[in-house]
Design a protein around this ligand. Structure first.
Ligand code: AHR
Length: 511
């Protein structure tokens, strides 16, 4: 039986919130081939004099990534940032216990700042609150942001950067609630350290925006309790609380048992619940402290991550340099889940101000490379690109009435997932819509009579595939890519479209 129509209504002036451009941020960690042989590969035919791969940079510029978190991730909790500055020949090799690799330190803070400039992006730095503490965080801040005349700032100048980097956004550690983290702490231990480190950092540079570590996953027993306690201790100094979520087809972390199509497509509802729970937690603490300060959220790690957790993923030798870790080769169905996660971020644009797709190159990333070879776009590149290009401006309230299917984990799940954004600068409206039905077309009827009568469709982009397991590879880098043959029509303020089975849709309207 064909699916009933999904109905959507919206008003272009009824706004959830302004979308902070930093919602389309990403993440580069010293992990696997993200840095080495990802963004940095001296000797590659496409590398410039800095060793930055120009083919990779071109793809990143195409994505228009506003901010990139660095240098980790779990890596940062053991990192000595001083190892990564100064003459390359003097930089020590160190063990990275987080990922059981050797870190050569040939790429460090100065290279990252130069790379950010080339990528047309801004740096979001994380400090080590695992094995280190306040003094080292303050030293790194001094190195980055103080113009000169002090030991650390003069060292930066000596290393070739006369101007300070003026990094505005800083993460106070990474996933400190996780028992896997080097220097893992209780909420009280972390909360006090983060509060004092943040206070010291703001004494040096009051213009900073600081992110405190929230829970690193909502399945941890400490979820939400950790967040509440950390917030109580850091409320004065933190501007954002971090959230992390990875979704996968595996029925549990590393499980070889895979979810069905419908259960997998429903997983973004978990992210929706996560965001709502953490907003409630922030507001609870604000009320408890009788504070006027409303905490914002930084969803600084999110993505689909499961292929490389599977028991069949190749093992790499311990203590090797830049092995192929976490290189998920994403399928078409993964792109729909990832797209739906991005729609959750947009639906909460009033509170989620920053977000980092984890990660950017090779490591659970929209871009894959081969050492000495080409770079290509994964399936998830496309929803990320569309969001970043067309999901700017304001996120709108959208009323949705969709047929549903039953899920074991979530109950009734709407076939339609949709978000609308309006960009006042370009005077455009974009309707992002996912049809979660694997085999059925979903008729869409949107009441847009409140738009100007001159509104017209610019294009209807569709990412679809007859094979839900299709992937982009070096041999077939364009196996999954969008086309512009979507069926959307706008007549007398009524939009209609047939959303292809298992499809990601971007309907762009000129107002
Ligand atoms: O992004 C990969 C890893 O996932 C990060 O290092 C860590 O913060 C998270 O657990």
């Amino acid at each position: 039986m064909p699916l009933a129509s999904a109905r959507v209504a919206l008003h272009p002036d009824i706004v959830i919130g302004t979308i902070d451009p930093r919602l389309y941020g990403s993440f580069i960690e010293h992990l696997g081939r993200a840095v080495y042989n990802g963004i940095y590969e001296p000797g590659h035919p496409q590398a410039d004099a800095n060793g930055f791969r120009q083919d990779v940079l071109a793809l990143i510029r195409e994505l228009n990534v506003p901010i990139v978190r660095y240098p980790g991730g779990n890596f940062v909790s053991g990192y000595r940032w001083e190892d990564g500055v100064g003459p390359h020949s003097d930089r020590p090799r160190r063990l990275d216990p987080a990922w059981r690799t050797i870190e050569t330190n040939q790429f460090g803070t100065d290279e990252f700042m130069r790379w950010c400039k080339a990528a047309n992006t801004e740096a979001m730095m994380a400090v080590n609150l695992g094995t280190r503490g306040m003094a080292e965080a303050a030293a790194l801040l001094e190195y980055c942001n103080v113009p000169g005349g002090t030991a650390w700032s003069d060292l930066r100048r000596k290393n070739g950067a006369a101007e300070p980097y003026r990094v505005k956004t800083w993460c106070l550690g990474n996933e400190m609630d996780g028992p896997w983290q080097m220097g893992h702490k209780t909420a009280d231990e972390y909360g006090r350290l983060a509060a004092e480190t943040g206070r010291l950092m703001k004494m040096i540079d009051p213009s900073l925006e600081l992110v405190a570590c929230g829970s690193s996953g909502n399945s941890l027993p400490t979820f939400a309790g950790w967040d509440a306690r950390v917030l109580e201790l850091t409320h004065d100094v933190a501007d954002y609380l971090s959230l992390h979520t990875y979704l996968g087809k595996g029925d549990g972390w590393g499980s070889a048992t895979l979810r069905t199509w419908g259960e997998y497509q429903a997983q973004p509802l978990n992210m929706e619940w996560h965001i709502r729970s953490i907003i409630a937690t922030c507001d609870h603490v604000q009320a408890k402290l009788k504070s006027k300060k409303k905490l914002m959220l930084s969803f600084d790690e999110w993505n689909v991550w499961w292929h490389s957790n599977s028991p069949t993923y190749p093992k790499f030798a311990d203590w090797s340099i830049a092995p192929a870790q976490l290189e998920d080769n994403y399928t078409h169905e993964d792109a729909l889940v990832m797209g739906s996660m991005m729609l959750s971020l947009l639906r909460h644009a009033d509170r989620v101000r920053m977000a980092c797709l984890a990660q950017l190159v090779n490591v659970i990333a929209p871009i894959l490379t081969r050492n000495g070879g080409p770079a290509w776009k994964q399936t998830i590149f496309w929803p990320y690109l569309h969001g970043s290009l067309y999901g700017r401006g304001e996120s709108l309230h959208v009323a949705i009435d969709s047929p549903v299917y039953d899920s074991k984990e979530f109950g009734p799940v709407p076939y339609l997932d949709a978000v609308a954004t309006r960009d006042p600068a370009a005077n455009t409206l974009t309707l992002f819509a996912i049809n979660r039905a694997e085999k059925d077309t979903l008729p869409l009827a949107a009441d847009l009579r409140l738009l100007a009568p001159t509104a017209r469709i610019i294009e209807h982009l569709v990412l679809e595939s007859a094979d839900s397991q299709a992937r982009n590879t070096e041999a077939a880098p364009r196996a999954v890519e969008p086309h512009k043959r979507g069926t959307a029509k706008l007549e007398s303020g009524r939009l209609s479209a047939q959303l292809a089975p298992a499809s990601w849709n971007v309907i762009r309207i000129q107002l």
